[in-house]
Each structure stands twice: as structure tokens, then as C-alpha cells.
Design a protein. Structure first.
Length: 100
């Protein structure tokens, strides 16, 4: 299995190298405080910094599992990207903050 997961659309739904029966999570990170960024993004600040979805390869759907709350938002400011540890049940998130 490669380090990066690939998905392809088929006539019967979505197929992936891990198999349709495997639980897969998508982590979506969003900027929450534009004043603390070194660059000026377009758009509006997000109310929540992280969203976690379960991906169902069989039909391509996403089910929302978790939205960061106010306490988490104060700890995780402007998450830029996340990576899953290859052997541990851990997700690392890199944040952007010119103050800290």
C-alpha cells in the first residue's frame, strides 16, 4: 500500500486501495483568526477550526463525526494541515500563528 491513498470513481461507486469496508476519516482544517496569519486570505474566518468526517467509499458520502468546540478552537488556531501517524492512532496538525 502506498503512503498516499487514492480513490477512483467506478460505475458501482467509489473504490480505493484500502477496500470499501475500511473505516476512513477525513480531517478538514480551517482558518479561524485572520489577524494571526502572516498572509491575508480571502473569504471569512471559520467558526470552528477542525471538522472530522467518516468517508464511505462505497457511495462517496461523508458523515460529519466531530466539529471542534470553543475550547478546542482556543487551543488549535488556524490549523493549516493535518497528517495521520503511519503506525499510531494519532493525527498531527500544523497551525499558523504569528503571535505564538
Amino acid at each position: 500500500m502506498s503512503r498516499y491513498q487514492s480513490f477512483t470513481e467506478t460505475s458501482s461507486g467509489w473504490s480505493d486501495e484500502m477496500g470499501a469496508g475500511v473505516n476512513q476519516l477525513f480531517f478538514v482544517s480551517t482558518y479561524t483568526d485572520f489577524e494571526r496569519l502572516a498572509h491575508g486570505p480571502r473569504g471569512t474566518e471559520a467558526k470552528h477550526s477542525l471538522y472530522v468526517y467518516r468517508f464511505h467509499p462505497s457511495d462517496g458520502s461523508l458523515v460529519l463525526l466531530h466539529v471542534s468546540d470553543r475550547k478546542e478552537r482556543e487551543v488549535v488556531v488556524n490549523p493549516a494541515f493535518s497528517r495521520y501517524h503511519p503506525t499510531l492512532n494519532v493525527v498531527y496538525t500544523c497551525t499558523e500563528d504569528i503571535e505564538n
